[in-house]
Design a protein around this ligand. Structure first.
Ligand SMILES: *[C@@H]1O[C@H](CO)[C@@H](O)[C@H](O)[C@H]1NC(C)=O
Ligand SMILES: *[C@@H]1O[C@H](CO)[C@@H](O)[C@H](O)[C@H]1NC(C)=O
Ligand SMILES: *[C@@H]1O[C@H](CO)[C@@H](O)[C@H](O)[C@H]1NC(C)=O
Ligand SMILES: *[C@@H]1O[C@H](CO)[C@@H](O)[C@H](O)[C@H]1NC(C)=O
Ligand SMILES: *[C@@H]1O[C@H](CO)[C@@H](O)[C@H](O)[C@H]1NC(C)=O
Ligand SMILES: *[C@@H]1O[C@H](CO)[C@@H](O)[C@H](O)[C@H]1NC(C)=O
Ligand SMILES: *[C@@H]1O[C@H](CO)[C@@H](O)[C@H](O)[C@H]1NC(C)=O
Ligand SMILES: *[C@@H]1O[C@H](CO)[C@@H](O)[C@H](O)[C@H]1NC(C)=O
Ligand SMILES: CC(=O)N[C@H]1CO[C@H](CO)[C@@H](O)[C@@H]1O
Length: 653
């Protein structure tokens, strides 16, 4: 096997190691004994709690009926069949060494545990390593101290995007992860300078990840390139289509990239309508090169609070808009034409990067139980609308929306990870869509399409397998708890009665939508700030509900707030309920000092920016503000990398 020369040189240079990391052995679940050091709190330690929206007045109807077909055949508008792992993660490339592992042989067991919980339910998981930081990422042979990733101070860069250096060991790390947990990966080709393409990540990614590499993104939010100063003011959809062709040619002429159908685009943020790209020939020109069509979108942004950009948004004021089904349907509506165009062209269509709000999310909102309900409703709505996947973005410790966060590097000897509400959304959707690769969904328009009580049916292997009901109303009195009665077959379906004698129900629960840490899924949780080793804790609680088989009905309750996933067959329950937890032991923790900091202004282009007001502010480069402000958490990790060993073994594989 011929490998690029870079591989060889990296192996030599990394032989020069620097001993800067000290390890100590701690027992699994070891607890802190020392006082916490005091410094600016990371976002996940922010104690801001919002006030839940008032109970709707007039009150919603809490008793309603759902008629289900027993087989998919009779169901109008059922979605395409979905693969397991529909809902995955988009990991900002610059934090991969804080979230996934330090290098190919020091993978964080907490990450593996968290991902294993998803793959045990969904059969596999999809992860993207990329974002704005991929756009200027350079494969280098010699990062100081053998780190796999290093961010450069970029005071000379007019758009203040971090230059990211990475070593090939980053890719070996991803391959090693996939050997332990069933994760498929997406990477991105740097695209700020299409005349001087850097194809190493495509070449090495293909060689090292093989079939585990699902796609290579070409351009992250190109509809913002002009506003962010990466292209001229006149840059438009046709220009992007033309530039995309340069990558198509490069791939087609590159023997190191055997799969020629791996490219992803156009990854629009919502500034250009996708139709502009379809009309410019994007799909017809590149059908043989495209793996999947992609878009990226956030419903709002917190850029004003974070960077003084755009309009100020008060989290409390917009909180209610997240807590209805309309949030999901309005996010998905602009793409309905495109998911159908994708289907007609035998292409997937993914929401490639999304979360509650760009610029780090909103305190008290993005890290609340309400965000977990929002994310389930959003994921299910995308699946109903024939998206083929959605990736929830995860970035540095300064963001409120992370599904999970490692502790600050200099505290990790004594602290555990923090799991946010968004992670529970991933868990629930992993179970709802399951691992059969046959799941077809329908939005039931339940309760006369009441926006506070969306419900979905999930058909698998030719039968009605699951029912999911969300109650967005936060009402501690219990007066808004739902009593949902359903029938399978019979009634208007023309099918034989098919309601089973009993069903199993798992609940996603918290005392209020504003709750931040006391969240449980089927009785199990991942604790609060610094409390998780990535494994669900507590006893599994699956409720069995007896149905009225003679009357062909079944009634389940759904607390306010809360969510019920009803398993209509024993197979559906066992498919989504791992009998044993796959566990990766926590064998070591770092004890390093933070060694590098980057300005807040750099973060302003590296946290997934596509909120509506972002474009306005970013046109003025000087407003990108606050140079030199230190953000704890967004730091480069110090580690020793011995890529030489890895490379030699890879060569003999
Ligand atoms: C951890 O890092 C922060 C930010 O760099 C610093 O203020 C704090 O003193 C450090 N704590 C320890 C225990 O080193
Ligand atoms: C987290 O918050 C608690 C309570 O506000 C505070 O005591 C602690 O120092 C904070 N920890 C960090 C790492 O910010
Ligand atoms: C990662 O891969 C390298 C070789 O490719 C191997 O030496 C190392 O043990 C692997 N680590 C894990 C955790 O699998
Ligand atoms: C869907 O997109 C195609 C291609 O751009 C366009 O011709 C058509 O008018 C669009 N249809 C709707 C309903 O927007
Ligand atoms: C999804 O695709 C299926 C199969 O083509 C179709 O019947 C259904 O109407 C589509 N749903 C939406 C919302 O476009
Ligand atoms: C739920 O609704 C069903 C059907 O209307 C009814 O028989 C049952 O008593 C109700 N349960 C509760 C707890 O109100
Ligand atoms: C946690 O939430 C549950 C409801 O989901 C509630 O019964 C319990 O009392 C709460 N525990 C604490 C410590 O607040
Ligand atoms: C990875 O990092 C660990 C801890 O820093 C170190 O012991 C190990 O040698 C490194 N492995 C490689 C392959 O670089
Ligand atoms: C010391 C050393 O070898 N530095 C080199 C590191 O790599 C860059 C390019 O990747 C070179 O420019 C440096 O000279």
């Amino acid at each position: 096997m011929l490998l690029p020369t870079l591989l060889w040189s990296s192996s030599f240079i990394s032989l020069a190691r620097a001993g800067v990391t000290v390890y100590s052995q701690l027992p699994l679940g070891g607890t802190a004994t020392a006082a916490l050091p005091s410094f600016t709190a990371p976002a996940y330690n922010d104690t801001v709690v919002l006030t839940p929206p008032p109970v709707p007045s007039p009150p919603i109807s809490t008793n309603f009926f759902i008629q289900l077909n027993s087989a998919p055949n009779g169901v109008q508008g059922l979605s395409i069949q979905h693969q397991g792992g529909f809902y995955g993660l988009s990991i900002e490339m610059s934090v991969a060494n804080q979230v996934i592992g330090r290098n190919s042989s020091a993978i964080f067991p907490q990450f593996l545990n968290l991902m294993a919980a998803l793959t045990q339910r969904g059969g596999r998981a999809q992860c993207r390593v990329g974002g704005n930081s991929q756009e200027s990422a350079t494969l280098v042979t010699n990062i100081t101290d053998g780190k796999i990733i290093e961010k450069q101070q970029t005071s000379n860069n007019p758009t203040q995007t971090p230059n990211l250096d990475y070593s090939v060991d980053l890719l070996y790390m991803l391959a090693n992860v996939s050997n332990l947990v069933s994760i498929d990966w997406y990477l991105g080709i740097p695209f700020y300078n299409p005349e001087d393409l850097q194809m190493q990540i495509a070449e090495l990614g293909s060689q090292i990840l093989g079939d585990r590499l699902l796609g290579l993104q070409v351009g992250n939010e190109p509809d913002l390139y002009s506003a962010h100063g990466h292209r001229s003011a006149t840059y438009g959809p046709a220009d992007y289509v033309g530039e995309f062709g340069l990558v198509v040619n490069a791939v087609n002429n590159d023997n190191s990239i055997p799969n020629k159908k791996l490219l992803l685009g156009p990854s629009l943020s919502g500034t250009w309508a996708p139709e502009l790209l379809w009309d410019a020939g994007f799909i017809s020109d590149y059908t043989n090169s495209l793996a999947t069509l992609t878009v990226e979108h956030y419903p709002s942004d917190n850029c004003n609070a974070r960077f003084g950009l755009g309009k100020a948004v008060d989290p409390q004021t917009i909180y209610p808009s997240y807590l209805t089904h309309t949030a999901a349907t309005s996010m998905v509506a602009p793409y309905l034409n495109s998911t159908s165009i994708a289907q007609a062209n035998n292409l997937g269509f993914m929401m490639f990067e999304t979360n509650t709000a760009s610029c780090g999310g909103f305190p008290g909102l993005s890290d609340s139980f309400g965000a977990a309900l929002w994310s389930v409703d959003y994921g299910m709505t995308m699946a109903c609308a024939n998206f083929t996947g959605g990736l929830i973005h995860l970035s540095g410790a300064d963001t409120y929306y992370n599904p999970f966060s490692p502790p600050p590097t200099n505290m990790s000897a004594i602290e555990q990870w923090t799991v946010g509400p968004m992670y529970y959304g991933l868990l629930v959707v992993a179970e709802a869509i399951g691992s059969s690769n046959t799941a077809q969904l329908i939005d039931l328009q339940a309760n006369s399409a009441n926006a506070f009580t969306p419900a979905y049916a999930i058909y698998e292997n030719g039968e009605c397998a699951k029912l999911l009901v969300i109650n967005f109303v936060s009402d501690a009195t219990g007066a808004s708890n739902l009593n949902v009665t359903f029938s399978i077959g019979g009634g208007s379906t023309g099918e034989a009665n098919a309601t089973p004698a009993q069903v199993s129900v798992k609940y996603l629960l918290a005392p209020s939508v504003a709750e931040k840490t006391n969240i449980t899924w089927a009785g199990q949780g991942l604790g609060g700030v610094f409390e998780s080793d990535g494994r669900l804790q507590g006893d599994l609680n699956v409720e069995t509900v007896a149905c009225n088989q003679a009357g062909n009905t079944c009634s389940i309750s759904v607390p306010s707030p809360g969510l019920a996933l009803v398993f209509l067959t024993p197979q559906a329950l066992s498919e989504s309920t791992p009998s044993a937890t796959q566990t990766f032991p926590t064998t070591f923790f770092t004890k390093t000092q933070n060694t590098a900091t980057i300005p807040a202004s750099v973060l302003s282009t590296s946290n997934g920016h596509s909120g509506s007001s972002w474009r306005l502010g970013s046109t003025s480069k000087e407003q990108n503000g606050a140079r030199g402000v230190v953000i704890p958490g967004m730091v480069a990790l110090v580690a020793m990398v011995g890529a030489a060993m890895t490379v030699c073994r890879a060569l003999t594989r």
